[in-house]
Design a protein. Structure first.
Length: 650
C-alpha cells in the first residue's frame, strides 16, 4: 500500500512535488529524502504526508530513499521557511534548504579554539549593567538595544539575562557577525552553562553541524552560538535572541534567500513570544531610528568598566605627508613599544598595490571577468581579482601602448607590512587578513601570540576591528580612514563612521591613556569628524536628515532587482523591458530608479544592470511586485536576482 509525500527541493520553483512511499516507511514532515527529478536523484525535504492519492495528470514516482532516522525540522521551522520565502521572494525549498545543516556556506576564516581570548571571569555587575538586565527581563517591550561604548560590558548583560531565562527552562540564541568571534562567545557561555552550549557555523564539517543541530533539536543544548544562519536553529522553547554587533553587514545574506538575520529574528520572537536584544557601539541607522521612535527600547551603557578610559583620538591630514605612515603615527608606535605596550594598525585593503597604470596612455589593468582593478600581491607575484579570484602574472610593459613607463599605485596591508619592517626592523610585526588567515591555524596562532605579548604590531583588515579584546594595546592606527567613502552607495558614510569608531575601541581598554591616530586625505568629511569626536548622536541625526531628504531607508524601503548575463546588450534590453512593463503596476505606490548599470558592471564574466524600487508603502507594494516577478519570464541567458531591503547597492 502506498502513501504520499509533498517534497520541497532547493530549486527556484515555488511549488512542492509529490512522491509515493510504502505505507510502513518511517518518514514524514521534517525528514530529508532522495527523490528522482529530471533523471537524477536530488535531496528534498518532506513537508507533508497523507494517504489519499492526489489528483494529478502524471505518474507519481516513489522516493529513492530516506536520509534521516528522525525529523530535522518541525512545523514551526516550516512556517518560518514559508515566511522567509514570501518576504524575500524565493521558493520555500530554497528557504528551507538555507536553514538546514549542509545548506549554503557563509564566508569564513579559521578561528580555531582560542581560550586565551576569553573575557574576564564573572564579576559584580556595575549599576548600569544591573539596570540593563532588569529592563530586558521585566520591561513590557519585546525588542531591546544595548547601545554602549566599546568595553561597556554588553556581553555580561547578555549572559546574565540568558542565565535567568535558562533557569526558567528557556532556550537562548546568541548571534555574532562572523565565525572569528564565535569562539569567544562559546568560551564565555561554556563557563556558565557547560555542555548546554552548542555552536552552529559553516566552519564545521557537515557531520559536526548535523550533530550540533540534533543536540539543539533534542534539548541537550539550550544556549546556541551562531553566525547569520544560526537564526534558524531549532531551539526548544526559545526565550531570548541576542544579535551582537547588529550593525554588521554580514547579517544580510548575499545569496538566495537574501534574508537579514535581524528581520528573521524579529519574526521568530513574534512567533514564539521571545525577547530580542541587539547591541553595538555603533547601531545601524535603521536600528537607531527604531530606538528614537520608540519601536525598540534603547538601553544606554555610556561608560567603560575595565579600568580604561576612552582613548584620545588625533587626525592626521595625509595631504601633508610623504609616506604611508605619517610622522605622527611612526612616533606614537615607537613610544608605545618603548613603554612595553602594543599597537594595532588597520587598513581595509589587502594586497600590495591595488592598481596598475601606464603613465603614458593612462591604461589601468582590470579583471577580464569583472569591472574592478586587479590587486598586486607581491608575496605571490600575482595580480588578483578580489571578486572572482582571477589571477595573472604582473606586467612590466603597458599592454595597450607598449610603454615601459608603468607602475603600481595605491597600497594594501602587504605593502604596509613591508614598510613597517623596513623602518622598525627590531619589532615583531604580523599581518592578519584573508590572505594570511586562509591557512588553517594561522589566525589562532597570531591572535594567541599577540595576546601573550610576543607580537609588537598587529596589522590587519576588518578582522582586527571586531570584538577582539587585548589588554596591552595602547595605540591604534587607522592607516587610511576614507577607503570606503568613494563607493557609490548611500551607506558609505555610515560604514566609514562605524568602522572608525569600532577600530578605535580596540585601544586603551584596560589603560588610562590609549591613543588612536586616524590618517585621512579628507579630514573635513563629516563621517570622519564625528567618528573622531565620538559624536554618535550628532552623526546619526545628520545622517537621518540626509536620508529623509533623499527618501532613503529608514524613511522608505528598497527592492533591488539585478539582471545578469553574458551578453551586455541582452542584459540591458531585459532590464529596460522589465522596467517599462512594471511601471504601470506600481504607479502611485513606488518610485522606479533605473534601469542602469550596476556600479560593479561586470562580475565573474556576467554583465549586470539593476533596477531600484523605492517605496513608503511596503505592505501594499510587496505582493504586487512579488506576483509580477513570479509571472515574469526573462530572456534565456538572463538571470534575475531579487534583493528585498538591500544593504549593498554595488
Amino acid at each position: 500500500m502506498l502513501e504520499y509525500l509533498d517534497i520541497l527541493f532547493n530549486l527556484p520553483v515555488k511549488k512542492h512535488f509529490t512522491y509515493a512511499v510504502e505505507a510502513g516507511t518511517v518518514c514524514g514532515p521534517g525528514y530529508r529524502v532522495l527523490a528522482p527529478l529530471r533523471n537524477k536523484d536530488l535531496r528534498g525535504m518532506v513537508v507533508r504526508r497523507y494517504q489519499s492519492r492526489p489528483q494529478s495528470g502524471y505518474d507519481i514516482k516513489p522516493i529513492t530513499r530516506v536520509l534521516d532516522d528522525q525529523p530535522l525540522f518541525d512545523e514551526t521551522l516550516i512556517e518560518l521557511a514559508e515566511w522567509t520565502a514570501k518576504m524575500y521572494m524565493c521558493s520555500p525549498g530554497e528557504a528551507l534548504s538555507a536553514m538546514l545543516p549542509g545548506g549554503r556556506r557563509e564566508t569564513f576564516f579559521d578561528a580555531g579554539e582560542e581560550d586565551s581570548l576569553d573575557e574576564p571571569e564573572e564579576f559584580q555587575l556595575a549599576p548600569q549593567q544591573t539596570e540593563a538586565v532588569k529592563m530586558i527581563l521585566q520591561d513590557e517591550h519585546d525588542f531591546f538595544y544595548l547601545y554602549g561604548v566599546t568595553g561597556s560590558g554588553k556581553t555580561e548583560v547578555y549572559l546574565r539575562a540568558a542565565e535567568t531565562l535558562m533557569r526558567e527552562g528557556k532556550g537562548v540564541l546568541y548571534l555574532v557577525p562572523e565565525i572569528s568571534l564565535t569562539h569567544q562567545a562559546v568560551a564565555a557561555a561554556a563557563r556558565r552553562f557547560g555542555d548546554n552550549v552548542a555552536v552552529l557555523h559553516s566552519g564545521l564539517t557537515p557531520s559536526q553541524r548535523l550533530k550540533e543541530w540534533k543536540r539543539i533539536q533534542g534539548g541537550e543544548a539550550r544556549f546556541v552560538v551562531g553566525v547569520r544562519s544560526g537564526v534558524f536553529a531549532p531551539i526548544q522553547d526559545i526565550g531570548l535572541i541576542i544579535i551582537d554587533e547588529e550593525h554588521e553587514g554580514s547579517y544580510k545574506s548575499g545569496r538566495t534567500p537574501r534574508y537579514h538575520a535581524r528581520q528573521v529574528a524579529m519574526k521568530r520572537c513574534t512567533q514564539s513570544g521571545a525577547r530580542l536584544v541587539m547591541g553595538s557601539a555603533t547601531p545601524s541607522v535603521e536600528a537607531y531610528h527604531l530606538m528614537s521612535t520608540g519601536r525598540i527600547k534603547g538601553i544606554h551603557l555610556p561608560e567603560r568598566l575595565s579600568g580604561g578610559s576612552m582613548p584620545s583620538v588625533e587626525v592626521v591630514d595625509m595631504k601633508r605627508e610623504k609616506n604611508v605612515l605619517s610622522r605622527k603615527l611612526e612616533a606614537e608606535i615607537k613610544q608605545a613599544v618603548k613603554e612595553g605596550h602594543q599597537a594595532i594598525l588597520f587598513l581595509n585593503r589587502r594586497g600590495f598595490s591595488y592598481y596598475f597604470n601606464c603613465k603614458s596612455c593612462g591604461f589601468e589593468m582590470t579583471c577580464s571577468h569583472c569591472s574592478v582593478s586587479l590587486t598586486y600581491h607581491k608575496s605571490r607575484n600575482k595580480m588578483i581579482c578580489h571578486y572572482c579570484g582571477f589571477s595573472t602574472p604582473p606586467v612590466e610593459v603597458c599592454p595597450e601602448c607598449g610603454s615601459l613607463d608603468v607602475g603600481y599605485a595605491g597600497f594594501g596591508t602587504e605593502k604596509i607590512e613591508e614598510h613597517i619592517q623596513t623602518i622598525f626592523p627590531h619589532l615583531t610585526v604580523k599581518r592578519l587578513d584573508t590572505d594570511t588567515a586562509g591557512r588553517k591555524g594561522v589566525t589562532k596562532d597570531i591572535l594567541s601570540s599577540f595576546k601573550k605579548g610576543e607580537i609588537d604590531i598587529l596589522l590587519g583588515t576588518q578582522m582586527v576591528a571586531k570584538g577582539l579584546n587585548f589588554p596591552n594595546v595602547k595605540l591604534v592606527g587607522i592607516i587610511l580612514a576614507d577607503t570606503g567613502l568613494q563607493l557609490p552607495d548611500f551607506r558609505a558614510a555610515e560604514r566609514t563612521f562605524s568602522l572608525i569608531v569600532q577600530v578605535s575601541g580596540r585601544a586603551g581598554r584596560f589603560l588610562p591613556d590609549g591613543k588612536v591616530i586616524v590618517q585621512t586625505f579628507r579630514p573635513e568629511n563629516e563621517a570622519i569628524r564625528y567618528a573622531v569626536t565620538r559624536d554618535v548622536e550628532k552623526f546619526f541625526d545628520r545622517e537621518l536628515d540626509i536620508r529623509q531628504a533623499l527618501q532613503f531607508p529608514p524613511y522608505s524601503r528598497l527592492f533591488r532587482i539585478v539582471f545578469r548575463g553574458r551578453l551586455k546588450e541582452v542584459v540591458q534590453k531585459e532590464a529596460a523591458t522589465f522596467s517599462s512593463l512594471l511601471r504601470p503596476h506600481i504607479e502611485g505606490k513606488a518610485v522606479l530608479l533605473g534601469p542602469a548599470e550596476c556600479p560593479l558592471s561586470m562580475v565573474s564574466g556576467n554583465y549586470r544592470s539593476q533596477v531600484i524600487i523605492r517605496t513608503t508603502e511596503f505592505p501594499r507594494l510587496h505582493p504586487i511586485l512579488s506576483g509580477y516577478i513570479q509571472d515574469y519570464e526573462a530572456d534565456r541567458g538572463v538571470h534575475l536576482e531579487v534583493d528585498v531591503d538591500p544593504v549593498n547597492l554595488l
